[in-house]
Write a protein that binds this ligand. Structure first.
Ligand code: CO
Length: 470
């Protein structure tokens, strides 16, 4: 085993995103930030992913203000965010000017590490964000780490060699660290061992990070093997927000590793204080029903069907709505076929929904691809990026017309009209007080506009009140 393994704490982002749909308000964790700042984490993942959407949509918070507040209370810890490449924190491809501005603002407001991924591992979709990290890191005179992240999946084409090639490519592009993102928690100890050994042999000096979930019950074994094989950083969550669909427990990992003489750089007393703080908060959300016991258990079904837990529950909900739960087994059996036809995309948002819905449609209609969803059509047009493996020629011909090929340029290049940021700014008028407001609006137009209108109304009320008081 190596001598040092660092730990990223995920309670402020992925742990509460996975267990309670990112409904943790800032007010619930403000008081522990200064303690967390003394823990000695490699980083605290606190922004990006679904936090942005949740702040605007459900919590009535300005996500930028949240970030600035965390920064203020945690001056000594690296703050980390997750970014979906050209999708930023949304579900569509944004123009380069928007991606560049987003990265600039994230850095300006306090982010130190940006973990960037593309659902299809089409690295053309993460290049603009990477370049922006370099540019604005220099402009704001801060060392911001761009971490190149791979969406992990299993398929006949996803071999160790292929993943090693991907990592080499990320490093050649200019990423400082590489991260394997096992969003469904299906990476086995065996796979982790071979992957990490392969990556470390090819790139001995590049820090390798493993992000996994406990969903299927393998994470502790998988991480142990990854550590034996030389992984440098692992993602964990404070124990009361660990396990289930979340990450393994920070304190347990610390305890197990210290007996091997592995230094995590953590302060034992502080990490226990952090957990003590979050215990009653967890209980509050269990009582409210926000945190469901279902997400705290182990679900090994994903290993049988190779389908992430979230995708399974989605399919069950859809089939139940349609009164067609008797077709569940058939739909499940259809998924591998659809995935093969699409060239084995990783089953992560938005591809998991796309594959799941098409499989359900195929089964309900009783004929393969008689009805093809718009998402699948756009996928074959190349709008999501390049598929990991060749797609079904027959299906491609059916969608594009025989002899036609998908676009080989980035969607951003083919649809570029430019100046999306300027346009959005104009649309918002005096509702926007900052570039951050404009960016919130670009990412989530409806939710951000409502939020900004409410803010304005509140301010006007305060002004009226002040005048009356005088
Ligand atoms: Co995750």
């Amino acid at each position: 085993m190596g001598k040092q393994v660092r730990i990223t704490e995920t309670v402020l982002r992925d742990a509460n995103q996975s267990l309670m749909a990112t409904r943790l308000p800032y007010a619930d964790f403000e008081d522990i930030l200064e303690t967390m700042d003394k823990a000695g984490y490699y980083s605290v993942e606190c922004w990006g992913g679904a936090t942005f959407d949740s702040c605007l949509r459900y919590l009535g918070e300005d996500p930028w203000e949240r970030l600035r507040n965390i920064r203020k209370h945690m001056p000594n810890t690296k703050l980390q965010m997750l970014l979906r490449g050209q999708n930023l924190l949304g579900y569509k491809h944004y123009h380069d000017d928007v991606v560049e501005k987003f990265v600039e603002l994230a850095i300006k407001n306090g982010i130190d590490i940006i973990r960037i991924f593309d659902a299809l591992n089409d690295f053309r979709n993460i290049e603009t964000a990477l370049k922006a990290v370099k540019t604005y890191s220099k402009k704001y005179n801060r060392h911001v780490i761009a971490s190149g992240c791979i969406s992990y999946t299993q398929s006949p084409v996803h071999t160790v060699e292929k993943y090693v090639e991907m990592c080499k490519k990320l490093v050649a592009m200019g990423f400082e660290t590489v991260c394997l993102k096992d969003m469904a928690g299906t990476m086995s100890p065996f796979e982790a061992e071979h992957l990490i050994k392969g990556i470390k042999a090819a790139l001995p000096d590049v820090p390798v990070i493993l992000h996994t979930h406990c969903t299927t019950g393998m994470a502790y074994m998988t991480i142990t093997k990854a550590i034996e094989s030389g992984v440098d950083v692992i993602d964990c969550a404070t124990s009361c927000f660990s396990n289930g669909t979340s990450q393994p427990a920070t304190e347990s990992m610390y305890y197990a590793l210290s007996q091997y003489g592995i230094d995590c750089g953590l302060n034992e007393k502080v990490i226990n204080q952090v957990n003590d703080y979050f215990k009653p908060i967890k209980q509050k959300y269990i009582d409210k029903g926000t945190l469901s016991p279902k997400s705290m258990g182990t679900d090994a079904q994903a290993l049988v069907y190779k389908v992430p837990g979230g995708m399974l529950s989605n399919m069950i909900a859809n089939l139940t709505d349609m009164g067609a739960m008797d077709k569940f087994d058939a739909a499940l059996a259809e998924i591998p076929a659809v995935r093969k036809d699409l060239g084995y995309p990783p089953l992560v948002t938005p591809l998991s929904q796309m594959v799941g819905n098409q499989a359900v449609t195929n089964v309900l209609v009783g004929e393969r691809y008689k009805n093809i969803s718009n998402e699948v059509k756009n996928y074959f047009r190349g709008e999501y990026g390049i598929a990991p493996a060749p797609v079904s020629q027959e299906l491609q011909d059916k969608i594009l017309g025989a002899g036609n090929k998908p676009t080989d340029c980035r969607i951003e290049d083919s649809k570029r009209t430019g100046a999306d940021f300027a346009k959005a700014k104009e649309e918002l008028g005096d509702l926007a007080r900052s570039e951050e407001d404009v960016m919130s609006y670009i990412c989530y137009p409806k939710q951000a506009k409502e939020f900004l209108e409410k803010r304005k109304a509140k301010e006007e009320n305060i002004v009226t009140y002040t005048i009356e008081a005088i």
